[in-house]
Design a protein around this ligand. Sequence first.
Ligand code: NAP
Length: 248
Amino acid sequence: MGEPPVLILGGTAEARDLAARLHDGGPRAISSLAGRVAQPRLPVGEVRIGGFGGVDGLRAWVIEQDVAAIVDATHPFAATITATAATVARDLGIPLLRLARPAWTPGPDDHWITVPDMTSAASAVVAEHAGRVFLTTGRQDVGVFAGIDDVWFLIRVVDPPTADLPRQHRVLRSRGPYGLEDERKIMQDNQIDLLVTKNSGGELTRAKLVVAAELGVGVVMVQRPAQPQTGTTVTAVADAVEWVRRRR
Ligand code: NAP
């Protein structure tokens, strides 16, 4: 076994960026992906794919691999793995860094209905009397909208959803990043009157919010789940690189 590695919990552009920067100058890092997407964008360097098996599984893996530090660079809505990493890092006394892009905040032209979770987002779609909804919350949450029969949904996903779908819908398979022109065309061509999104944050998927404001389309914004208050948090990949290298 080589130098004790840094474990990067990934599945985000930031995690790939971090892996690339560490690949170029060290220290050794292993990126971990959940294996949700059929053809993931792979980080450079060492990669492992698949769940660990909860807290016990991650703890055993971290011990076996002699992990020196963990960077949790998972998506802000990946709450389970974030909680698991926090527990394992605390139990084993391993340094933990949370790398998470800042949440989006509304500007003066934005019309957001902020909701705490996906079930509330579905209620908001009904309460708003939306006719044509652009649903960008991802494959795993689509089922929550299945019972809404009198609304048409444009469902944007990377891989096909397996959950029950709303009666009136079209599935649009694509992967970001998306530019302003892409989003403008999608929303205009499909006569969208409401956008439903997670507050993922970051620039790669922000164009839809700019276009929604421009077209006067309302936004149902699902707030992030609570994060454990463990370890240090940074929002920039460069700060994560510095944190990791300081630990050498
Ligand atoms: P989650 O609900 O927090 O995690 C569910 C389970 O998936 C975890 O308990 C863990 O299984 C496994 N897992 C999650 N991330 C992992 C990782 N990086 N490496 C190994 N196992 C992982 O996560 P999720 O929301 O399903 O997201 C799964 C992955 O997709 C994450 O890596 C996340 O960064 C990425 N992603 C999520 C979203 C989103 O909106 N949720 C969007 C973009 C990308 P075990 O308990 O068996 O270890």
